[in-house]
Design a protein around this ligand. Structure first.
Ligand code: ZN
Length: 1149
């Protein structure tokens, strides 16, 4: 039976005769920073001294009442403003140096004619590690289950069988999603063999994440979850802790991965898909191996050794050396007549290795190895040997292993060849290369590097920036699943602690399997063909169905968790599943491919609707919220039955037919951190204390005959200007088309012109991966569109149905301001774009929104990486438009040299560019008929109706500090962090099911749940809080204590954009806080610091250094309960939370 031939994501690089590239760029200048360094050293010394005094004082005096370990968070005063790390290579500067001429390098088309003299290995022979691998996408052209059944299952069995035959054979495996699946099907003997092979070093698990995640669109929360899920399974089942990461297929690489891997205890990482010009310039100086350092890391604690592969692809033609026509001949699966349909496209076929040809074949292959070795500093060489879904049959595996072994035997027994070649794992390679570096005592200088590897181009003008946006609907579902999983995890932790205090751990445990399933679904979607939107239609549907079902489970669980924490009526016994059918989520997820629908609050004349709002954030949230109601004579009551000011306004539909007949009820809430707050919605007749909702005013522009003013609202058609305002900001819009024109901050009188436009690119070469526009974008808006302005005291909105070259218009836009008291929301403009690129008239169109401001920003702008950090971007003329697009997982901003800053916070991943000074554009959706020749074999025509939500913020620099150096990393302000965190982690509303809320009933109800005893500082974020190992740990310890995992991040933020007193919050550096104090009645009985994947308890494994040592500043330090955490750091810890019954009864009372 012929094995299915693997389809690779590669095109055909046409091979031409050699023409060596002439240009060799000079070494990256290391600017004179001597003075700066001296100053820094002084500051470091001072900080160390102060810390030492503090620590000594604590040791002497002791911790107050520290009978049990107390987690205290103290802070070193470093990082007041983050400064830039010192490195040999900065990617920004490297980009300045590259000419992007795509010179023809000959046989190595994107490089040069590589030469060697032959005496390079006289002293130290060349050591080659050939690393067999098989790249298994968990979904791409087939669904993950289809791939598993057809290929991966057989591949894993083949690997075990093939390695058993010969101890010399090695293999590496990456994806735990497949291994876990195989483990369920494998025989006991197969599993035993697998474990033996891992133990004896023949088989290495690399990365060990659930998938090999995308690095552009993925959020750091999801990356941590996906790697941790894979790593925990691996440790529990195989007993292995991975040390080397392997990312050969993600389309561009992010330093966030380097940081997270370092803090997970990884020693080394490997990357492949970087711009071909970047590969070339690094190779010219033998800088393809480097220490990847975070740009904000002044203490070198984030350093991780990184190997970048030099050539076009990870397949066999592009891994043995620079000449694919030769390397392909050593892919023995392409031997004609052996069942594979795959052939070498460079004319020459592989040949079986025989006694007759072994010398010639060995020397030919060794020539490639030697050429490749000249691109690296050491005599140790890595040669991956594999491709997509390879080693599917034992015949295929034997073909590769046996032929290679013959070559190895020949080379290794001919000393004059001065080489030693063997199969190896990634660990074998990295150990050897580091041993060599050590042995050559300082003669091999591995450069340090900071920055990222976006935007990836694999050939000519083919930039992979389309996938930042492809299938944006599912990118938004991804974030909804993330925030819902995080919220459910927090609720499950709290419910478990409370239920266990009552001796009833059953409820939270009963859902642990569903939590795990949801986590694995989120993990799966982080795959580089999942969240990227680069899979076939039916595979996208498969991911979407899984996410939909996970969302339903999580919502149902949360509704029950609310029941646990508030109880039915304050009585005991609330941890039994059957008793928890009290609440339903306000948002209904009807199907995998539509936006969630809001349920109506059930308000009839004699019925009061109870609802509970859950705040999953660590900060108290004050916010104007909304539910849909069927009538306008409604009112809102607080937990203690006091009336609350509210506003009703019509709900406008997304089509021009307008009012849906439902009404939006807005009011302001205040919900405790990680807590719950109850509200009641009633009618004026049902409760006398009620204060009727204010009815909004409506202004309409350019209405057609079909527009009718919904009752009981009054619609005016006479207004002359379109303007909405809150107490902080005023937004002005064009009367012609309803698009935003200006922004004014009331209190500071700061203004900005802000010309919004909705425009589109036409393309002929764009596909799921590539963005290849024909010229610049054209505006789709013309004057005369319908504009509806809703004005009330709590919320004001401008809905614009712009007139466009298409009818109906593919996009409408709602701009809102909120006018709550003391809210973060009050400072932002909420922009919601409803996009429907559903019709074929939009074929090969890519829709954007553009903000042209009067900020003088030149060609510089800022984007985030994985929601974790921000980087500065330069728009470069030498790179085509599509190469100047960058990932925007959550944030982009413009900043004047010393003044205004304009930020776009996004709820989902998209692509962004700043093509002109002061302008920022974000792509909203793309509809493409063509395949872009990267193996997918289709366009992107499965667009869904969707909403893209941005929160815009205009801030002024209030810094009285001396001018901050240009190289200072720009980070969000504290306000910007809070805006993003409220946008990304929204509150969840739950309706009580039909019940009769009588006075007596009401007084028995528990209405508030507030687990934290004190506030978190504003710059400290709970990344996640969960039951660490729900499946194994708890079933055996059901009634005992559970182990929780808490992950915190100390945000890095820009002090020059923070107005003291603007927000009611303290900062981490203001005063130390104790987690025990924060959690109040939830006692932290034990605590252990941990790596981010929860596998290492020792801090030395994850790059964190004792402050008493020479380095300081990275991560946490734990000593007698004292912990410090530097800005930007993320830290996990394992805790036991417990609650005594006494405080429980107090709570109920
Ligand atoms: Zn892949």
């Amino acid at each position: 039976m012929a094995a299915p031939s693997a389809t690779s994501r590669r095109g055909n690089l046409m091979q031409k005769l050699a023409s060596p590239s002439a240009k060799s760029k000079g070494k990256i200048r290391r600017r004179g920073r001597l003075f700066q360094e001296v100053i820094l050293k002084q500051i470091r010394l001072l900080v160390l001294f102060a810390l030492a005094i503090f620590v000594i004082a604590i040791f002497k005096v002791g911790l107050p009442g520290a009978l049990q370990p107390t987690l205290r968070l103290i802070t070193p005063t470093i990082g007041f403003n983050l400064s830039e790390s010192q490195v040999d290579i900065k990617m920004n500067e490297l980009y300045d140096a590259i000419e992007f001429k795509d010179l023809d390098g000959g046989a190595w088309k994107q490089g040069w004619n590589v030469q060697y003299t032959g005496n390079e290995w006289d002293k130290h022979k060349l050591r080659v590690f050939v690393v067999p691998h098989s790249h298994n996408d968990p979904g791409w052209l087939r669904t993950v289950e289809e791939y598993y059944q057809e290929r991966s299952r057989r591949i894993l069995s083949t690997i075990v069988q093939a390695l058993k035959k010969d101890k010399e054979r090695k293999f590496i495996w990456e994806e735990m999603s497949y291994l876990e699946r195989w483990w369920r099907d494998a025989s006991e003997a197969e599993k035993r063999d697998f474990l033996t092979l891992v133990k004896n070093g023949q088989l290495e698990i690399v990365g060990g994440g659930w998938v090999m995640n995308d690095e552009a669109n993925s959020h750091y929360y999801a990356i941590i979850e996906q790697i941790t899920e894979g790593n925990l399974w691996l440790k529990d089942t195989v007993g292995v802790v991975p040390r080397n990461a392997w990312a050969i297929d993600p389309f561009g690489h992010s330093p966030t991965m380097a940081y997270l891997l370092r803090r997970m205890g990884f020693d080394n990482m490997l990357i492949q898909r970087t711009h071909y010009e970047v590969k070339k310039i690094l190779a010219q100086k033998q800088n393809l191996e480097f220490i990847w350092r975070q740009s904000w890391d002044n203490f070198n604690t984030t350093d991780i050794f990184c190997h970048m592969m030099p050539f076009y692809s990870y397949d066999i033609p592009h891994t043995c050396g620079p000449e694919p026509a030769i390397c392909c001949q050593f892919d023995f699966w392409r031997l004609p007549g052996f069942g594979s349909a795959l052939r070498c496209p460079w004319r020459y076929d592989p040949q079986q290795i025989t006694i007759e040809n072994v010398q010639e074949r060995s020397e030919t292959l060794l020539d490639q190895y030697r050429k490749k070795a000249t691109l690296y500093k050491t005599n140790t060489l890595l040669v991956p040997l594999g491709d997509d879904f390879r080693y599917i049959t034992i015949a295929e595996a034997d073909l590769q292993f046996e032929n290679y072994q013959k070559i190895f035997n020949y080379i290794n027994t001919h000393p004059k060849l001065k080489a030693e070649v063997q199969f190896g794992t990634l660990q074998d390679y990295f150990t050897a290369v580091k041993d060599e570096i050590d042995a050559r005592k300082g003669k091999v200088k591995v450069p340090s590097l900071s920055g990222d590897f976006f935007t990836y181009a694999d050939r000519v003008q083919d930039y992979w920036s389309g996938y930042y946006v492809s299938r944006p609907f599912y990118k938004s579902v991804d974030r909804i699943l993330e925030e819902t999983l995080r919220a459910a995890d927090v609720l499950s932790s709290l419910s478990l602690a409370y239920c266990q205090a009552m001796g009833q751990g059953h409820f939270p445990l009963s859902i642990s399997e569903k939590l795990t399933a949801a986590r694995r679904t989120l993990a799966l979607f982080q795959h580089h063909d999942g969240i990227t939107g680069t899979a076939k239609n039916h595979v996208v549907v498969d991911y979407a169905r899984k996410m939909h079902s996970a969302l339903l489970d999580l919502q149902e669980f949360m509704a029950k968790g609310v029941g646990v924490l508030l109880g039915r009526d304050g009585s005991q016994g609330m941890c039994r599943d059957a008793d928890l059918d009290i609440f339903i989520p306000e948002k209904e997820q009807r199907s995998h491919d539509v936006l969630p629908v809001r349920r109506l609050a059930d308000v009839v004349s004699d019925h009061v609707q109870r609802l509970v709002i859950y705040n999953p954030l660590e900060e108290e949230v004050k916010q104007v919220v909304m539910v849909l109601v069927e009538r306008t004579d409604v009112c809102v009551l607080g937990a203690d039955w006091e009336p609350i000011v509210s506003q009703v306004s019509p709900e406008w539909g997304n089509t021009r037919e307008m009012a849906t007949g439902k009404h939006r009820l807005h009011w302001q809430v205040q919900v405790p951190p990680l807590g719950l707050q109850t509200f009641f919605i009633s009618t004026s007749e049902a409760s006398h204390s009620c204060k009727a909702a204010e009815v909004a005013q409506i202004e309409v522009f350019h209405a057609t005959d079909s527009f009718s003013c919904p009752s009981p609202y009054k619609c005016t058609h006479t207004a002359e200007k379109v303007e909405i305002q809150s107490q902080h900001i005023t937004l002005a819009f064009s009367v012609q088309d309803g698009l935003l024109q200006g922004w004014k901050n009331q209190r500071t009188s700061m203004e900005a012109s802000l010309q919004e436009d909705i425009a589109f690119y036409s393309s002929r070469g764009s596909g799921a991966y590539l963005f290849k526009p024909l010229g610049e974008a054209s505006s789709m808006v013309s004057p005369g569109g319908l504009i509806i302005v809703t004005k009330g005291s709590l919320m004001q909105e401008v809905l614009s149905h712009p007139k466009s070259i298409w009818s109906p218009s593919p996009a409408s836009r709602r701009a809102r301001v909120y006018n709550g008291v003391d809210t973060v929301q009050g400072y932002i403009a909420e922009m919601v774009y409803h996009v429907e690129l559903l019709d074929n008239v939009y074929n090969d169109k890519e829709l954007i929104v553009r903000f042209k401001t009067d900020l003088d920003t030149g060609n510089t702008f800022f984007t985030d990486l994985n929601g974790f950090q921000t980087v500065s971007r330069e728009t470069r003329e030498k790179i085509p438009l599509q190469g100047n697009y960058y990932p925007m997982p959550s944030l982009a901003f413009l900043q004047e040299p010393k003044g205004r800053r304009f930020s776009i916070h996004s709820r989902q991943a998209l692509g962004v560019a700043s093509l002109k000074s002061g302008a920022l554009e974000v792509m909203l959706d793309r509809r493409l008929t063509r395949d872009d020749d990267r193996g997918l074999g289709q366009g992107v025509l499965d667009n869904r109706p969707m909403d893209v939500t941005f929160h815009l913020l205009l801030e002024g620099n209030i810094s009285s500090l001396p001018r901050i150096a240009a190289s200072t990393p720009r980070v969000p302000s504290l306000l910007s962090h809070l805006v993003l965190s409220q946008l990304s982690y929204p509150m969840h509303t739950f309706f009580a099911k039909a019940e009769n809320v009588t006075d007596a009933h009401r007084s028995r109800l528990q209405k508030t749940f507030a687990p934290l005893a004190m506030k978190f500082p504003c710059d400290l974020h709970i990344v996640s809080m969960k039951v660490a190992k729900p499946l194994d740990d708890l079933s055996s310890r059901a009634t005992k204590k559970a182990s929780y995992a808490l992950t915190l991040q100390r945000r890095g933020w820009d002090h020059s954009y923070c107005r003291r007193g603007q927000m009611q919050c303290s900062r981490f550096s203001d005063k130390p806080i104790s987690l025990s104090d924060v959690f109040g009645e939830l006692q932290i009985s034990t605590s252990v610091l941990s790596s981010l994947n929860l596998l290492h308890d020792a801090s030395k494994d994850i790059g964190q250094v004792e402050p008493s040592g020479r380095k300081q500043g990275g991560g946490f330090r734990e000593s007698k309960g004292l912990i410090s955490m530097a800005p930007m750091e993320i830290q996990s810890m394992k805790l036991d939370l417990s609650l005594d019954k006494e405080s429980l009864s107090l709570q109920a009372g």
